[in-house]
Design a protein around this ligand. Sequence first.
Ligand code: HSE
Length: 411
Amino acid sequence: MEKLAVLGCGVVGSGVVELFEKNKELIQKRCGKNLEMAYILDLRDFPERPYANKLVKDIQIILDDPEVSVVAECMGGIEPAFTFVKSCLEAGKSVATSNKELVAAKGDILLKTAKEHNCNFFFEASVGGAIPIIRPLHKCLAANAFSAIAGILNGTTNFILNKMIKENMDFASALALAQEKGYAEKDPTADIEGHDACRKICILSSLAFGKHVYPESVYTKGISDVELKDTKFCGQLGYAIKLIARVQKLENGKILPTVMPMAVEEDNLLSQVNGVYNAVMVRGDGVGKTMFYGRGAGKLPTASAVLGDMIEEVQLDHTIPSQTWENVNSTDFIEDFSAFSAKRYFRTTSADVQTLNDVFGGIEEKTISTEEEETIFITSEAFNAQQLDQAVKALAQKQIQVLAQYPVLVS
Ligand code: HSE
């Protein structure tokens, strides 16, 4: 008999218990072992829940039980999650977490602690909810040198943008609906300002490129100032505005992780990812381009990923599959955002095509002139920050103002 424990009995933690009890027989068969969900740690009381007898309030009870071999951390936030997870690893108990904030901020330390104590720190559920992406990067695609990862990693913002694009709903109403449906938090800042997607691209970047990427090193812009007219006009040009979390390996060997709204061409699969779904595109030198798609959040989808990690730990019989990345003090492997270069979608005050061609060295054939005397177009060439600045100044000299601009994601 092996004992399991869950830290945190919120949405994900209770989902882990529920899915485990529902599928206990088949999970045991797949593991070849008898398993018991022995403890659920939470400071709150849940007298009505069927598993109320498993609730404990003191982490020491779990740490002191030698039969507990795998712990799920579903508390969220950095503390006390970090202290609890570190204590479990130091006690030789493997941990599976859904907590992206914890992995993005402390993954290097926790991976090192796990290694030092012959146990595992798993985090499949921390990116993309139910979508298998951590294990494929670490295992199935391990033969590849990666050149890019780009994804829709936040369901709440994708839901909001989708409502704006498909139903002409303004940002505030779409956000209110996301909150009503329980997708967005009461304080939706981490979702709409891109912090949640930033933590997730940090984790994928660290795993793909082998060095810890901290959230502070990632240029991050959310969707709170995306205007309805841009989702509409972008659509008329054949693009969809999506919050894209992305990391590119540049020719100089550095990586450039970013999170920002981008105009995605309609024939790029990422533009077709709707509602709260997530998707991740990975490009490697062996595999070419590959896509992962599924539910990025929610009780049972996230619980499915947490339990997958716990089951693997039991199946591995607690050997160590060496999932790791380096703890580094320097960020010189990360390129500055000023080097970011892309074609751009623009909305400007009324402008003639000849002037735009002169300033941008060419624009795509289809331009739109609106009733409000604005001009919408996509440049043919890519621009970095400095070139963009020069182009905006050149337009200003001709009395043309830039009202909105989004970089274009080229697949
Ligand atoms: N708030 C997150 C989202 C939950 O909307 O995707 C999953 O990390």
